[in-house]
Design a protein around this ligand. Sequence first.
Ligand code: MSP
Length: 523
Amino acid sequence: MKPFFITTAIDYTNAPPHIGHAYEKILADVLARYQRQRGREVFFLTGVDQHGQKVQQSAEREGIPPQEFADRVSEKFLTLWKTLGISYDAWAATTAPLHKAAVQRILQDLKERDWLYKATYSGHYSVRQEQFLTDKERGPDGEFGPEWGEVVLLNEENWYFRLSKCSEWLHGFLESRKDFVTPDFRQTELKNAATKITGDLCISRPKSRLEWGIELPFDSSFVTYVWFDALINYISFAGYGVEMDEGQVAFKTLWPADHHVIGKDILIPAHGVYWPCMLHAMGFSDEQMPHLLVHGFWSLRGEKVSKSTGNVVDPAALVETYGVTALRYYLMRDAVMGRDADFSEERLILRHNTELGNGLGNLVNRTLSMTHRYRDGSPKQVSLPADLAAHLAADAESVKTFVVQMDATQIHAGIETMVDLVNRANALVDSAAPWKLAKDPEHADRLDAVLSTLILSARTAATLLLPVAPEAATEILRQIALPALEFGGLAISALPEGYRCGEPKPVFPRLEMLVEGIGDSAT
Ligand code: MSP
């Protein structure tokens, strides 16, 4: 089977990472870990978008070379991904020579096959947004609004990609590949928007205006438009058009990407229109088009997370205060895939303390403590009575449900399945009351059966938690002294011969709210 190939957007290096960047990388990481856990080979690509006007301007402001500036910010992303346990396999930094060479080869090839042409365009240009404006951007009063900043009349020669030549193909493609974009409502949105996108795509910037980019191989007074450069990372870092070293995974075995994980802001037009059209022009067939997994946006107290409003939550500070488990769990649990969510430290703490601490943590702690107290860590092998066999059968059903949900990228739903399983197991502790059974030697077999069932349930819960909270789940499995359950394996209703559980230690220490939230104190 082809390796599971997952990518994320590559992050701009003009500003440090915030909660939105962290969310996207954790989301992709959870899917990657889940696939590995299912036994699939995974290639997980993420990285940084280092070119463009904003990096050049920020570097100029600091009086340092753009590469130095981009590297410094990239380092912050790298450090954060380590802190958050992002298990990527390859790093896409767009100033890498391999990437530059791929972009230039692709440009040269497109030019030779007449997909590119040079033309002069005159029009209104927004200096702040670095783009030409059309009448569509005018407000009801006929003027360009303040969001465009200074607007000047510009007469500029540039290189264009014949995007308009693809419009019929794209329309047909979006009709036939109904699953190009997940969730469905985003594909509908894209289909509606795509019909309104007309004209060709300007893919160059004159060096007089912007130097920090990949030079056009056939016209040295221009650099490549940053989006045209950035999108190509998905294939350049997967080995497109490159001779393979021994042991390297070849591009043709990786492509197409199973998921490009991106936020809703970069679907239209970049990933939904430009990217498939670029691939189409390069000669990729409809079957070789990737799949786009589009997530929603995190806000803070209902407002956009933005550096200019000082409304930025620093993920590293959250990990420092609450730990990586609480942060990963909260972000995956509270955002319904594809929908927006509002960040709240209160909810992060609540989710952690109730579902992990009082839920799974309590289950593991009670189960292991009682197993030590009543059975010295080793319950006797007994056949299970009907009610406990039914309990484990329900757990096996939960695993099946979880697999379906995770295959469909519904991580929040998968977590809910784990929470239900834990609640059922904690209810069993209360109804079976091992402490009562322990008082009566006549109930000795039932006590062994109940403890074994609880241990197996706790193991299943930890298995389902592994992709989301690998550290905590691994620690729980260590205490239970059993390996993770294999997905798709047979439902297991007995502990192994000679089993003995480990000592329980708290895995989810209770979190308290800081007087001043991280979101309030961050700059
Ligand atoms: N560099 C481009 C992507 C090029 S991909 C070929 C870019 N960078 S970004 O740094 O602005 O955003 C990186 C990713 O973070 C995007 O997928 C974007 O949607 C996502 N997010 C940015 N802010 C976000 C939130 N507030 N919430 C969730 N995700 C957010 O776009």
